[in-house]
Ligand binder design. Sequence first.
Ligand code: DX5
Length: 212
Amino acid sequence: MVSPSVLSADFSDLKSQVRMVERYASRFHFDAMDGHFVPNITFGPVVLAGLRKCTSLPIEADLMIEHPGRFVDDFAGSGADIIVVHVEADRHIHRTLGRIRDLGKKAGVSLNPATPVSSIGYILHDVDEVLVMTVNPGFGGQRFIESMIPKIRELKKAISESRLPVEIVVDGGINLDTGKKCVAAGADVLVAGSFIYGSRSPVSAIRALKKL
Ligand code: DX5
């Protein structure tokens, strides 16, 4: 499955950017950044509500923010279907994940490149997806970190052994080459920003990713 990251889209015409690739996408990825958890600021619940009007596909809000627990109700209210919180950003992540599910949304946890799979061993039951950051979060267009491949494999093994229906999502530096390696290692969903929206033909780019 492919999830275009709107971070790389042209915001002067977001609706057309979404509609252009919608047919080939399984969901859209929305990176909220606060300038604290990551060194960049993007958008929040108000812009999410606008994106919500552009598509009926699921929207995955990736909260790259400190204290995500304070904001999950707002993102749910603005139309996110999946809410992802970073394990490094929340001291009480078990509570936050429970809150996301209580709101009727799918819950995800994200791991920065330096964070081990073992950090989420006790919350694997509480999530619908694990998002493996394959770059340091904050910016689109960065180079894929190759050492994340064995991490994806390790995560796949842990999920298979637990027999839980947890999806593996990979995010950052995804193109045809890195995407293929991630799928081989066990990834279910490829998030791609610049490879899709930075290409001359976003439609060809997403179609090619879908075939991996
Ligand atoms: C990076 C973001 C990604 C970003 C990916 O912090 O999490 O979603 O949009 O962009 P590319 O595909 O350009 O690496």
